[in-house]
Design a protein around this ligand. Structure first.
Ligand code: NAP
Ligand code: ZN
Length: 355
């Protein structure tokens, strides 16, 4: 029997999120059912709920930083049992056999595209998928992550499922580590995890912020140096010095100021996906030092597990501000103003109090 889920949904781009209920599918043999305890609030949730990107399907139940407890498993499930802690990130399925899926990079699935935890095609019930701003979810075992952190840290683990993997994956891919000077641009949900992870990997980490009030925090997070990116002199002092810069900014901005800071053969990788395009970057900045601008999308399931285990080993979780689901629109408004330290996490207990 499908089960009834309670949730918060946006009914349109301009209406606040409000209580909503819908059906979660019955367990298939390879499914895991999870009671959601906490869900992080990613800027992508806001971009989607407010239709800042094309293609939002309403009603929209965002949320792809999910942690909870397994309530039941299908007959073929071997890796989880009722009572286990579990996580779900940005994806709940993919084709499973294209070159990207075969390489464990399901986020780049080349046939169907990955199925998003929300706003993706629901191939079982029809319609579209509903995410983690809800009390339960049913997900194929191969897209469920094991959470090894101490249970008391569970709320602060939730943001690792997107903010953690979206920064870990490019830092690994572009070899952040000892002897490398790595920049992290934007100290928000992604950026603060990028600082922690790059520092744990052994890189020399420099944070870029537009908020001078975050300088001391950035150092506590692990940055060896902090640059206020609107200060041209501070920027110029680091010209031609970075091996790698990871840009997590959620708004359109000038990329040339960052490419100018890369060494020969350095790379600026974009993970922020702003509503409006960045100004076209200067070609000269790239060709004269063989610099590159690249992009990166979350990370595969195996790498997400590797990231969770890495964070557990290094004692890393997210710095969070817990909210009730009823406060989600206020949280979105604060996120637009870069006023988050450093990730909102919804305590799903509050859904039980929802009308
Ligand atoms: P967030 O918590 O809002 O953080 C973004 C940070 O960017 C802000 O805290 C702020 O940091 C900085 N910023 C904001 N406006 C700026 C501006 N006009 N100029 C320069 N810096 C500015 O957002 P998030 O959840 O980390 O997400 C960041 C972006 O990544 C979003 O676009 C999101 O959709 C995207 N994303 C991409 C992926 C992927 O797979 N590629 C995955 C998840 C999220 P300071 O105050 O320090 O300047
Ligand atoms: Zn996200």
């Amino acid at each position: 029997m499908p089960s009834q889920a309670k949730a918060y949904a946006a009914q349109s781009a301009t209406t606040p999120l409000a209580p909503f209920s819908f059906e979660r599918r019955d367990l298939r043999p390879d499914d895991v059912a999870i009671d959601i305890l906490f869900c992080g609030v990613c800027h992508s949730d806001l971009h989607t709920a407010r239709s800042e990107w094309d293609g939002t399907l309403f009603p929209c139940v965002p949320g792809h930083e999910i942690v909870g407890r397994v309530s039941a498993v299908g007959s073929d499930v071997t890796g989880f049992q009722a009572g286990d802690l579990a996580g779900v990130g940005c994806m709940v399925d993919s084709c499973g056999h294209c070159p990207s899926c075969s390489a464990g990079e399901e986020q780049y699935c080349e046939t169907t595209g990955f199925v998003g935890t929300y706003n993706g095609p629901d191939t079982v019930l029809g319609g579209h998928t509903f995410g983690g701003y809800s009390d339960k979810i049913v997900v194929k075992e191969s897209f469920v992550l094991k959470v090894g952190h101490d249970e008391k840290d569970l709320a602060a683990v939730a943001p690792l499922l997107c903010a953690g993997i979206t920064t870990y994956s490019p830092l690994r891919h572009w070899n952040a580590g000892p002897g490398k000077k790595v920049g992290i641009v934007g100290i928000g949900g992604l950026g603060h995890m990028g600082i922690k992870i790059a520092a744990a990997m052994g890189a020399h980490v420099v944070a870029f912020t537009t908020s001078p009030s975050k300088i001391e925090d950035a150092k506590k997070l692990g940055a060896h140096d902090v640059i206020v990116s609107r200060d041209a002199d501070q920027m110029a002092a680091h010209a031609n010095s970075f091996d790698f810069i990871l840009d997590t900014v959620a708004a359109s901005h000038d990329l040339d100021a960052l490419t100018a800071l890369l060494k020969r053969d350095g790379t600026l990788t974009l993970v922020g996906v702003p509503e409006h395009a960045h100004p076209s970057p200067a070609v000269g900045n790239l060709v004269f030092k063989r610099r590159a601008i690249a992009g990166s999308l979350i990370g595969g399931i195996a790498e997400t597990q590797e990231m969770l285990d890495f964070c557990n080993e290094h004692g890393l979780t997210s710095d969070i501000e817990m909210i009730a689901i009823q406060d989600i629109d206020t949280a979105y408004d604060r996120m637009v103003k870069s006023d988050v330290k450093y990730r909102f996490v919804i305590d799903m207990q509050s859904l039980k109090d929802a009308a």
